[in-house]
Write a protein that binds this ligand. Structure first.
Ligand SMILES: [Zn+2]
Length: 286
């Protein structure tokens, strides 16, 4: 079973997916085989999609579902982070449908206790969202969750085979104001946040990121407001050739306040992220 650690405040993560459609899970290996993967970053983009593949079991109307999508989606992170230089592994479905950053085992997933495990059954404000039967759960995990994670694992495997190392960048954004479910309700959230792992995030990467954002005049959280970064369980705390860092952008930097629309700062933020990824590529060559 594919496992990853994501505790809302401490994540150990695993893999994700690339397809624009959640229904297409064929040709993955061909896609990876045909890429020149040397010196590429693996960009894990789990929360950019607004797609709900099916509405079975949802208890609320479309308007309420849309409100939840609006709140939880890491808007435009597929575009903000993605570049032709790298290997994007993007979930093609909304986290409101299936959150690939949750433990599939509810016993290991603390958010499952509040109805927000791998398949959300409540909204952020604890409103009932949907009911998932055991059969539906199995089907969704089989069709969406596991293929997503296999994509990430395949990418890491191939990077290691081809180049002897793999760098995962876990790509997210976060709200200016904490969500109701967040354990940490501290205000004054930073512009950017890096999530790290003691084993898989080398100090030189942390130092470089710290200096980069300082030079750019941005405030930076380190594992705040969210902690950790995605690592496939196969390699978690076993193989230092797998480097991982999470980069999260405060949505106030690139969205119109109170909306899910790009602000006039969007292009600048995208450039900053691209420069940061360039820095990581350089470090990977060191
Ligand atoms: Zn996210």
């Amino acid at each position: 079973m594919l496992l990853f650690l994501l505790l809302e405040n401490q994540k150990f993560k695993q893999l994700c997916c690339y397809f624009p459609s959640p229904y297409i899970h064929y040709g993955v290996s061909d896609y990876l085989c045909n890429m020149d993967i040397k010196n590429k970053l693996i960009l894990h983009i789990p929360h950019s999609s607004i797609e709900i593949p099916n509405f079975t079991g949802f208890l609320v109307d479309q308007k309420r579902i849309n409100r939840e999508i609006d709140l939880l989606t890491d808007w435009f992170t597929d575009d903000l982070f993605e570049s032709k230089k790298d290997i994007p592994i993007k979930a093609g479905f909304s986290r409101v449908f299936c959150d690939v950053e949750r433990f599939v085992n509810d016993n290991l997933e603390p958010m499952a206790k509040v109805g927000m495990g791998v398949l959300y059954e409540t909204c952020d404000d604890r409103t009932h969202l949907r009911v998932v039967t055991p059969a539906e759960r199995e089907q969704i995990l089989l069709q969406y969750y596991h293929p997503h994670h296999k994509m990430l694992l395949d990418a890491v495997d191939r990077q290691l085979d081809k180049t002897g190392s793999a760098i995962i960048v876990d790509c997210h954004s976060f709200t200016q104001t904490p969500m109701k479910r967040d354990q940490c309700q501290l205000p004054d959230r930073p512009d950017f946040n890096i999530g790290t792992d003691m084993f898989h995030t080398p100090q030189k990467v942390v130092d470089a990121a710290t200096e980069f954002f300082k030079q750019g005049g941005f405030t930076l959280g380190k594992d705040w407001p969210y902690q950790g970064t995605m690592v496939p369980l196969k390699y978690y705390q076993k193989d230092r050739r797998v480097t991982s860092i999470m980069l999260e952008v405060n949505r106030r930097l690139y969205l119109v306040e109170g909306k899910s629309a790009k602000s006039d700062r969007y292009d600048h933020v995208k450039t900053v992220i691209d420069q940061f990824l360039d820095l990581l590529r350089t470090l990977s060559l060191a």
